[in-house]
Design a protein around this ligand. Structure first.
Ligand SMILES: [Zn+2]
Length: 264
């Protein structure tokens, strides 16, 4: 066994003790050794290996690139979804902090991340959106991710999905290839942990005006993905959003890293 795996096992076991030895649903967590060697948990194990490599101070290559990422906290305080004693802005604040710390801990290979969190909590929803778009476009970012949570009057609706920009033309449409790649890479990691949506990657058109319906995707210059982490209106999703926050944001971080590996 290599040093990274040994360290990953050690870190995972510390984490397991810290969370009381139980997963979000109360099931006992495996020990680090079993977890890392379980092929069905490959994606999560990869994340622990990345953290372990960082802790071990694996030497960075001489020509390492830094990618600047904007994380938008969806909506102003109290202006997003509020249901089930949960508030979309508040959940996004917690998610963004965890995502930033994970992304900035990656120093494993060809690149590292510098992350800014964009938040205008005291604004109205519209002013928050306008200021966010302006701030993202003014920054020299390589990608942006807008963090949200869903809600529905159907309490059984659940699961994560990711959205990207699509341009509508007179005779069809053209997807933003980088936006779609970013949304797809995040969804591929995140959706297995937050299952339930039939279409996990979406363009979300405004059919009346025949344009991409989400301004944060339409108006930003760099590849941007909007991430709906799960439904606050669904008890199971809400429980998972809170209990699995680290795993969920690790999945988003790995999705972003995968995107930059494939689209340097
Ligand atoms: Zn939202």
């Amino acid at each position: 066994m290599n040093n990274i795996d040994q360290k990953a096992i050690e870190l995972y076991d510390i984490y397991t003790v810290a969370v009381g030895g139980k997963a979000w649903d109360g099931a006992p967590l495996p020990c680090g050794k079993d977890f890392i060697s379980d092929p069905t948990k490959q994606k999560q194990a990869d994340g622990w290996r990345a953290v372990a490599a960082h802790v071990l101070g694996v030497a960075a290559p001489a020509e390492q690139r830094t990618y600047r990422i904007a994380i938008d906290i969806g909506h102003a305080n109290g202006t997003g979804t509020r249901t089930n004693n949960a508030d979309e802005h508040e959940e996004a604040v917690h998610n963004a902090a965890v995502l930033k710390s994970i992304l900035e801990s990656y120093q494993v290979d060809r690149f590292r991340f510098k992350v800014d969190i964009i938040d205008f909590p005291a604004e109205t929803n519209t002013r928050d959106l306008n200021k966010t778009i302006k701030a993202i476009n003014a920054g020299d970012y390589h990608a942006a991710v807008s963090l949200h949570c869903d809600s529905s009057s159907n309490v059984n609706a659940r699961g994560a999905h990711c959205c990207y920009h699509r341009t509508y033309l007179a005779d069809g449409y053209a997807d933003s290839p980088r936006g779609k790649a970013l949304a797809s890479a995040i969804a591929a990691r995140l959706c297995p942990i937050m299952p339930g949506r039939a279409s996990k990657v979406q363009a979300r058109p405004d059919r009346e005006r025949n344009l991409s319906g989400l301004a944060i995707l339409r108006e930003t210059k760099m590849p941007t993905a909007l991430v709906e982490v799960g439904f606050l209106s669904n008890n199971e999703d809400l429980k998972r959003i809170r209990a699995l926050r680290y795993e969920l944001m690790q999945a988003v971080a790995l999705g972003i890293a995968t995107y930059f590996y494939e689209n340097p």
